[in-house]
Design a protein around this ligand. Sequence first.
Ligand code: ATP
Length: 266
Amino acid sequence: MTNNIVEIDNLSFGYKGRLLHKGINMVFPRGKVVAIMGGSGSGKTTLLRLIGGQIKPSKGEVRVHGDVVHKQDRDGIFKLRRKMGMLFQQGALFTDLSVYENVAFPMRELTDLPDSMIHDLVLMKLNAVGLRGAHTLMPAELSGGMARRVALARAIALDPAIMMYDEPFAGLDPISMGVICSLIRSLNDALGATSIIVSHDVKETFLIADYVYFVANGVVTAEGTPDDLMKSTLPFVHQFVHGDKDGPVPFHYPAGNYQAELMKQK
Ligand SMILES: Nc1ncnc2c1ncn2[C@@H]1O[C@H](COP(=O)(O)OP(=O)(O)OP(=O)(O)O)[C@@H](O)[C@H]1O
């Protein structure tokens, strides 16, 4: 049996005929934290949606625990999603529910657990993210970093085998970033899960990822451990990792001849 919990095999996908992915191959082994990085609009979030079965590939496939995602019926997709926890940047909490009720929500919706057990589990999950003491607060009373941690506690409510993070560090102050960063790693290891992180933040991502895929122009342009990639001389990777202004990713959005355009306005 393969040790890969998620496999992306020769996958192509496009919105409205414009091909976004052109034969992507990736594997996400059990227990590992794997990052998908790349420029804005390179299709990273779309890959998470393909893994979650929200959309179907036009070619190739995604397998989760060996099952082809796009071949699942409604029941199959439901079972698959039960194995997955997702933390989105805009992973909004329910504003009219307390922190406690937000974390209890998936347990109440998706299990038949008695209230007493839900109580213990909610406190355990909140304790894991350091917010047991905040369980009576309402979302409006939380800082951005705390809200992200509550969303994380909610995402791990049902002990997912696969955790997916979409830009988990975006918009956070440096301290909250560091907290989320170490939580992603420690929760992954404590749950025995497999984590997939989509992020632009090289420093944080490289600290916790076991392996990184770089996506550009619809294909995996580079892959390796953070150490390998730090040393990479590939121009795209070098520009991304070191934040160089000049490189294959241009500063300017494609535009016509500047001088001609200025003349035209006169
Ligand atoms: N539902 C949709 N319908 C049509 N086009 C879409 C849809 N969702 C995304 N796109 C387009 O697909 C491209 C890739 O989007 P995606 O969100 O996957 O990129 P990304 O790499 O996650 O970008 P970012 O880092 O900026 O979030 C973008 O050009 C986007 O405009």
